[in-house]
Write a protein that binds this ligand. Sequence first.
Ligand code: SAM
Length: 217
Amino acid sequence: MEHSFWHSKWQKNEIGFHEPKGNVLLVKYASFLLCDDSSNSSLKRIFVPLCGKTRDIGWLLSQDCEVVGAELSEVAVVQLFEELGAKPTVTTTSNGKVYAKDGLTVYVGDIFKLTPSDLGDITGVYDRAALVALPSPLREQYAAHLMAITQCAPQLIISFEYDQNEMPGPPFSVNEKTVDSLYAGDYEIKRLERSVLEGGLKGKVDADNLVFALNPI
Ligand SMILES: C[S@@+](CC[C@H](N)C(=O)[O-])C[C@H]1O[C@@H](n2cnc3c(N)ncnc32)[C@H](O)[C@@H]1O
């Protein structure tokens, strides 16, 4: 999608994708990102690509993680910090603005401009409604870029599957085959859940929630 599409969505507050109470599937499966046998007590630093103003960031912070977000819209980022009750410091870099407060850093701008050194040592990626926000060719670029900037950190992906003929995206349908085609060369992929999306997608189309855990090979 063009950047203007998303800027316009935020300007008009057309943000049906935003979950006011956060995502229950993150809470259910977060242990995949937050615990590991080798270093249970070490600090986790989770990257949330295309983060919007998701409440999931607040939840991750409450689990004593550091969180790094990337979001195109400054409107979203301002609201994110307001809703967290946090007054950020804002710095301007050659790539755009960076909002930060305590364990949270959010890059405002195009995710494709981020580098590995911007993100630091990421221990996990939480992708909810990021992959599904992107049309097919861009999705491939996104997957390759995400792996490059996070050094193939483990990923928890929450996507939707539905009949793409029934509705144009976004969100686009991202099923097991798509996740395999993007990531199977670099990750072991496990589907953790398939469940019916109550009420369908946008109340129009039957859809399933899919949750994937990706472990680097
Ligand atoms: C479907 S929303 C999902 C937001 C969030 N992950 C959530 O679960 O609420 C997709 C978000 O990606 C942002 N976005 C789209 N393209 C982007 C890009 N190239 N770089 C950074 N953010 C982008 C949009 O502004 C939008 O907030």
